[in-house]
Design a protein around this ligand. Structure first.
Ligand SMILES: [Zn+2]
Length: 104
């Protein structure tokens, strides 16, 4: 599927968030390391500052595909998948104005 490299760039990303308890860090890390170094490299961790979550930002054709790419099955049910979109400067202004208009 090529989620990790080379695919066409889109303005949609999926932020995979893996919340866990302080006593689960090593287990979560083991599961992610166990998938291979390219997977370990994708994740950012908050554990060292007491924010027990790991995050990875992926391209992908959809929520489920991103989740399957990022995580082994045992971690998927606890993950939160955020769908994010990038908006360029003029697009952001247009979106702002639409929301402002809607409030009137
Ligand atoms: Zn942790």
């Amino acid at each position: 599927m090529g989620l990790l490299s080379g695919q066409k760039r889109t303005n949609t990303r999926y932020l995979i968030e893996v919340p866990h308890e302080p006593d689960e860090c090593l287990w979560v890390m083991d599961e992610i390391i166990g998938r291979g170094p390219q997977y370990a490299h994708m994740f950012w961790w908050g554990c060292h500052v007491g924010e027990h979550r790991a995050w990875a930002l992926l391209d992908g054709p959809g929520r489920e595909a991103a989740l399957e790419e990022a995580l082994p099955p045992v971690l998927r049910s606890r993950a939160i998948v955020h769908r994010l979109s990038r908006v360029d400067g003029p697009g952001l202004r247009a979106r702002h104005d639409e929301q402002e208009e809607a409030r009137r």
